[in-house]
Design a protein around this ligand. Sequence first.
Ligand SMILES: NC(=O)c1ccc[n+]([C@@H]2O[C@H](COP(=O)([O-])OP(=O)(O)OC[C@H]3O[C@@H](n4cnc5c(N)ncnc54)[C@H](O)[C@@H]3O)[C@@H](O)[C@H]2O)c1
Length: 253
Amino acid sequence: MQIKDVVAVVTGGASGLGEACVRGIVERGGRAAIFDMQVGPGGELAREMGDRAAFMEVDVTDDASVAQGMARAVERFSKINVAINCAGIGGPCKVLGSKGPMPMEFFNKRIQVNLVGTMRVVAQAAEQMANNGPNQEGERGVIITTSSVAATQGQIGQASYAASKGGINGLLLPLAKELAGYGIRVVTIAPGVLETPMFKNVPEAAREALAKSIPFPKRLGRPSEYADLAAHLIENPYLNGEIFYLTGALRLA
Ligand SMILES: NC(=O)c1ccc[n+]([C@@H]2O[C@H](COP(=O)([O-])OP(=O)(O)OC[C@H]3O[C@@H](n4cnc5c(N)ncnc54)[C@H](O)[C@@H]3O)[C@@H](O)[C@H]2O)c1
């Protein structure tokens, strides 16, 4: 699918990896609907991007909110043929910490936003994509989900985050196989450590130690490197049903 033909819904599009995708798509001639709860930064990004981007206040944990966002995106741009799922939250919590067992609200929140939120957006985006006419390759849509190296190499304190990302990996093949019937490809990006606001509370010394632990390049990844990979995944019609790692060869200790 050529980027100039793309109308992408980008969840988490007001910050970090999602923001980089919005910028990357608009710079390459496509259009993007920014789905996020951060009204200020989302609206500002849309204004900066001009008439090929629009902000929609969407909470991925809410059916009606996502449905309203989809309807507004279609109303504004006539169709949706790409969905990039970057809405997500992290945060550590031990299973058995000094204050007792992990509160299940903490666990459930990560599952609801990162996993169920992705599934909700995928299902509603697929419904819209199924209405598209096929392009020359027979494609009606491309869906990108975001996992993490933590899905398989989770560290202490990451049980809830790692479980949510493991769920994203598990979703991939059933989605790709089912949606193939509609000409919709589904791919997953699994980043290592990329420099985004998700890391704003990590102290400088810890960031430096993280960077040193990356074999090469010895630095955190750039959000633009995620956006460049997403653009290639959209453009290359033979990429389907696979996890693409963006890690600099990092393996979590
Ligand atoms: N940055 C990394 O190193 C890294 C590594 C592995 C995976 N990831 C994943 O990449 C994705 C993007 O992360 P990021 O680093 O850009 O983080 P970020 O914090 O910069 O951006 C996440 C965005 O998601 C939005 N969001 C959160 N909950 C939402 C909800 N309920 N509805 C709508 N929007 C919501 C936030 O407002 C924010 O704008 C996440 O799924 C994260 O787990 C990031």
